[in-house]
Design a protein around this ligand. Structure first.
Ligand code: SAH
Length: 252
């Protein structure tokens, strides 16, 4: 079977590579090249810390179109608003998460496309993704590497992830019943709403609400929320908020 398919037929058209806070323009160029090699086309740059100069072009021969069409965002949340499923990448073991391997990640991604847009997020060269940024992700993936040096160059990490996707995309067929999930924007708005309610009734610690909220997020992520599910939960939250406000009376 051929590994070459036409881009318009490729399930990888629904996959976005998102770079956060990249410091070196050469790395953005290398990412564009890796993407082009592996049949990915959508690049998003959130909070970019460099300009796409000669160095970026030099590292991206024949991949200038990916740099030209890259979309730029102030922050990660804005960059993710249109994605239905978000996967973070991290070299470090974040205790509170189950980390996927790149192979598991590729299987998951190909079960979600093309009904869903999937964003895969890569962090800064020096400090990676913050915990808050990882909280915007539905799942996280770690590339196995030698414990003495487990942190890869960001473009090499993109290459490994993209390669896994490319190899599986060849034998891909639309998964039966893979429905469209709620977008990241819809989900984050719902979690903001839920956070306000749960802090208000004393369920979440106002000084550190996101640890317990993260556990709720992971539970709901496992359910695979659709836009309709999100509307249902928001309806429940709205009604609870109304009930709390009306029984509590005006604040004194
Ligand atoms: N010191 C940082 C590493 C930054 S490397 C840290 O510990 O997180 C820059 C980016 O490359 C990371 O944010 C991640 O997106 C990706 N990356 C590097 N090594 C990786 C690995 N072993 N698994 C998954 N992603 C990795």
């Amino acid at each position: 079977m051929s590994l070459i398919f036409r881009m318009e037929d490729s399930p990888l058209g629904s996959v976005e590579i998102v770079l956060v806070g990249t410091l070196q323009s050469g790395n953005v160029g290398s990412v564009a090249r890796a993407m082009k090699n592996m049949g990915l086309v959508n690049l998003k740059l959130a909070g970019l810390q460099c300009t796409l100069d000669e160095q970026a072009r030099w590292m991206a021969p024949h991949a200038g179109d990916i740099l030209d069409s890259a979309r730029v965002y102030a922050g990660l949340r804005e960059a993710l608003a249109g994605a239905q499923y978000v996967i973070g990448t991290t070299a470090r073991d974040r205790r509170f998460r189950t980390l996927m391997t790149p192979a598991q990640m590729a299987e998951k991604v190909l079960s979600l496309v093309p009904a869903n847009r999937v964003a895969i997020v890569f962090g800064r060269e020096d400090s990676g993704l913050t915990n808050d940024e990882l909280e915007l992700c539905d799942e996280a993936v770690t590339i196995p590497a030698a414990p003495a040096m487990s942190s890869l160059n960001v473009a090499q990490a993109v290459m490994i992830v993209a390669y896994e996707l490319f190899c599986r995309a060849e034998s891909w067929g639309p998964a039966a019943g893979a429905g469209r999930l709620a977008s990241s924007g819809e989900q984050q708005d719902m979690y903001d709403h839920l956070r306000t309610l749960l802090v208000g009734i004393g369920f979440l610690n106002p000084h550190n609400p996101d640890i317990a909220l993260g556990k709720i997020k992971r539970l709901l992520t496992r359910a695979g929320l659709t836009a309709k599910d999100v509307r249902l939960i928001r309806g429940v939250v709205r009604q609870l908020q109304w009930y709390v406000d009306s029984t509590r009376g005006p604040e004194r």
